[in-house]
Structures are given as structure tokens and as C-alpha cells.
Write a protein that binds this ligand. Sequence first.
Ligand code: FAD
Length: 598
Amino acid sequence: MASNGNGTRERYEVREHDVLIVGAGGAGLRAAVSATQRGLSVGIVTKSLLGKAHTVMAEGGMAAALGNVDSDDSWRQHFIDTMRSGKLINNWRMAEIHAKESPDRVYELEQWGALFNRTPEGKISQRPFGGHTRRRLAHVGDRTGLELIRTMQEKALATDAKVYMETTVTKLLKNNGRVVGALAYTRESGKFIHFKAKAVVMATGGWGRIFKVTSNSWEGTGDGVVLSYDAGAELVDMEMMQFHPTGMVWPPGVRGLLVTEGVRGEGGLLRNSEGKRYMENYDAKKMELSTRDVVARANYTEVQEGRGSEHGGVYLDITHLGYEGIMKKLPTMYEQFKNLADIDISREPMEVFPTVHYTMGGVKVEPETCASNVPGLFAAGEVAGGLHGANRLGGNSLSDLLVFGRRAGEGASDYVEQSTHSSEIEEQELLTEIGRVLEPLEKRGDGGESPYLIQQELQAAMMEHANLMRNGDSLEQGLGKILNLKDRLPQVSVPGSRLFNPGWHTAQDIRYLVQISEIILRTALERKERRGAQWRLDYDGPDDDLGAINFIVTKDVQGEVGIERREIPPMPEHLAELIRDEVPDMAGGEKRGAESQF
Ligand SMILES: Cc1cc2nc3c(=O)[nH]c(=O)nc-3n(C[C@H](O)[C@H](O)[C@H](O)COP(=O)(O)OP(=O)(O)OC[C@H]3O[C@@H](n4cnc5c(N)ncnc54)[C@H](O)[C@@H]3O)c2cc1C
């Protein structure tokens, strides 16, 4: 118990671990398994329940060059496809590690109990997906994430890791420049916990909730990327947000809910209101299995140009599979449309439209260990940036979680074993943070700002100004709106107590949403070109001078967003030779695409 400086006495618990993992999705759980295998004490904190997180929602599958269906697949081909889709601004070393290690992680998951769909010969089956030139996605029907999380949870719970559910981290704590723990509160009771730790692994997922129409759940508010930024971490390519081509459009209450790319992987056809398979105008070679950025823009354009469906989407038709085929390969999709839209997708096409889905940017990490530039802070999964460059390939996230979750757990363990530093911090720092978190409750009754209204205004502004097609003037206007919301944050107040108070939780979330939105708008203004997910209408193609540039964001000494252009180091020859032939095709294709499409 201690004084918070306002004369009141504030209690907080203290918990101590060698490694603290923030997030219980696939990345966090995989990191936890690695660290416990090293005999370290591990705490896993999640703001929801075990078994939730975005990982459980993943449908289509996990990309790994097993070569079970297309025997000529290889890590090299997976590397090429990942780099090509990322428009070459990926961290090439991460792409190499990912392509090489994904097969081992899939087999490991199987050994730990995951039951994958099989080929007739009994091997793990693999389905095609957009932008993958081989059939590569290991899957469990359209419930792959559920199987991954079930397996990882059983594995993690069998260790000595201690799980803190419904506990939200609000700040990373530092001593002598090192991260040495975190402050958190329990969502049920509002009690504070000071976590002391020698290392922290950030695994908090993405930030789709800065947009109104998104496939992400309430958890996707990007806490970890802002907590890391506040602690001094570098962020990379934050302007790169993925719009998935196919979200539900109808009924309005479920707008944005994902329609898995597995539908197109299983032969689903996109048509406009004229019945035309319009992908031939956008990518005649790959058609529906082009990369997500291309298909999303195609769907958007068809609707903009008046060839949309009844409810403002396009048609996605999988009826050729028939009821039996759909129930075998896409049962969740069948149930989703039947229950939510009263549509039988074995008889009628679905209506779909792009939805905000994934964040390619994030905390910049060192590929071997997932260490950030701040000692003691590691990051893995969607919160980390680099692997996917300007556009992620479907299925590459689930394998990313396992490959780099494992490496983050190992990296943090190595760091802990080599360090002798203290995890103590000044108590006043804790009390100041507790005071900040409680502030919205203490202002109640004096007519302050509603966190819900700020959230709504922010989501509307991002939909209007930072959507999948952007231009400089509109981005500037969006930035003005977000900075206005930032000015209003100190006036946020919420009624009620700390107990079960969603308004209070939203008051915490909007701080992250506002900060991330500001960063995205500023970096989108800086990247003056069309590349992958960053599609500037005021530029007519990629800028060759930005072809090997990452935009790095840090909090500067005034506490403002600092942006630096950083050259991507040249690739070693064994990788460079793999993509040498790809470069002209990618750059030219992008330019040609830009001209023919828009
Ligand atoms: C509908 C849908 C379908 C998808 N399908 C696929 C697919 O088929 N294949 C594929 O590769 N990818 C897919 N993806 C993407 C993939 O699922 C995600 O990128 C991935 O699961 C993210 O995993 P993660 O471990 O990084 O984070 P998450 O799974 O999002 O977990 C984040 C964790 O952090 C916790 N957390 C967040 N903030 C805090 C805080 N302040 N304090 C404490 N805890 C916190 C959350 O509670 C949660 O436990 C899909 C995504 C969605 C939304």
C-alpha cells in the first residue's frame, strides 16, 4: 500500500516473473512455451480470457512450404512469394527465417496434438491462397486458428506459466533504460498489479479497431504498439494496414466480419452486378487468387463505379462446391451466412466488401531474437513489424506467430539468463501511472468527454481519410481531426466505479487508438507513392527511391512522432539471386496495374 500523492492510499499487488508475456494469442503462448522450457518463471497477461484473441478467429490456414500437395514447393519459393507480396520492403532476414522454419512449427504443432485436414495419402493437406504460387496452407477446415489456440493452450497450461486473465497492461516500466516490468489492472475489480520482470515479450496483436468496418474484435486496439513506442521502441512502416477484400456487408450489424480467403482458395468466383468476373481487368493471370491489396482495390472500384451488389458489395460465389463440399471445407462460412444473413451459400452467392484486417507495421525487432531496440523488450506476432512488408500474404500470420513467438521466447530467455539487473523502480512512477489510469473516473459528473464518442469520431475519421485509397489532402484533413481528438483526451470522464466498467476500459483504449491513428496518418503522408497497402491516388505508381526504404517511427524528445527514412540493408547474394528476376516484374506490374486500374 502506498500514497498516490493525492492523499489517498492506493493498494497494488506485486507479482514477479523472469519473463512477462503480454498477450495470450498464438505468439504469446508460443513464446511462453519456449521460456518455460528453459526453466524460467513466466507470467502471461491477457486482457480477455484464454482461448479468445484474434488467433482463435483465424480461418483459412497456416502457410508453410511442406510440399505435401505441390511437391516442388520449397522455402525459397515461399520466401519469393512473401517478398513479392510485400513489394520488397519486407525485412528479408525475417522472411527467410519464416520461410525456412514454418514447416517445423507446423509439424511441432501436430506433435503437440493439432489435427489437420489430410490428403488422400494421409499427409497434412494444403490449400491454395492468394499470392502463394504453390498450394501451401495447412488447415483445419476453416477453423485453423481454433485448433492452433487449443493446442497451444493445452501445451502452455501444462507448463508452470502463471496466467493472469482479464488483466490489462497500461504501462511498461523501466530502470536504467531497460524494461523491467509493467503496471496492469484487473478488469473485473480494477485492482492494480505491479509486474516485476527481467524481460517483457509484447504479443498484443493488431489495431483494426481504429476503423469502424473491421474483422477485428474489441481486443484489437493496438495497446502493445503504443506501450512499446512510449517506452522508446522503434516502429516500422506503420502506414501499411491490410484491407481484406472480403468482409460481410449485410446485415449492417455484422458489416466487416471476415469471409475467409479460403473461399477463393477453394475456387470462389468474384462477380459484379453485371455477372462479369471482373478480376480479369485487374490481374488476369491470378484472378481471384491475386494478392489481397489488388483484390481489395478491385472490389472497391467495382462498387465505386456502380457495378456493386444490392447492399453495396460484390458477389462471391462458392455454390459449385455444393452443400457437402462446403460443409467439409468451409463449415464456419456456411453457418456464419445462414445464422447471420439467412443466406444458404451452397445455393446463392455471398455479398462482400473490403474490411480492415491486419497491420503489417509494428514494433521493429531484430530477426534472430525478436528484441526491440529497448533492452528487455521483445515483440512477436502481429504487434511486430517487418516480415510482411507492404502487404501480407494470407496464412503467413499464423506461421509468423509460431516461428517468431518461439524466437521471442528464446531471445527473452537468453537475455534473462545473461542479465543481473534489478527489476526495482521508483514507487512514484507506479503511483503516477495509477493516478493517470484512474483519472477518467475521478472526473465523473463534471460534464467531460465521452470515450465512446471519441472512439466513434476517430473510427469515422479513419474510414473517411485513411481508407484503402488515400490522397495527401484527405490524409491532412484526417490528421487535423485526430489531433483535435488528442486535445480532447484529457477531458475524458466516465461514470461508475472500477467494477465491471466498460466505459473506463474504453477510456484506456482510446489513448492507443488516437496515438496509432496519428502515427498512421503521418507516415501515410510521408510515403508519397503507391506500394502495396499504401495506395496514394495523388501518385501514379511506386517511387523507385522508396523501393528500399522503411519508415521508422520513434517518440522524439518533445514527445512528438518522429519519422525517419531508413535504408533497408542489401540482401546477401543467396537471397538476392532468388528475387533478382522478380524485381522488374513487381515494379512494372505495379505500375501497369496502377495505369490500367485507376
Ligand atoms: C477473422 C480473422 C481471420 C484470420 N484468418 C487468418 C488465417 O486464416 N491465417 C492467418 O495466417 N492469419 C489469419 N488472421 C490473422 C491472424 O489471426 C492474426 O494476425 C494473429 O492471430 C494475431 O496473433 P497474435 O498472437 O499476434 O495476437 P492476438 O491473437 O490478437 O492476441 C493478442 C493478445 O493480446 C492481449 N492484449 C492486448 N492488449 C493487451 C493489454 N493491454 N494487456 C494485456 N493483454 C493485452 C489480448 O487480450 C490477446 O490475448 C485472421 C485474423 C482475423 C481477425
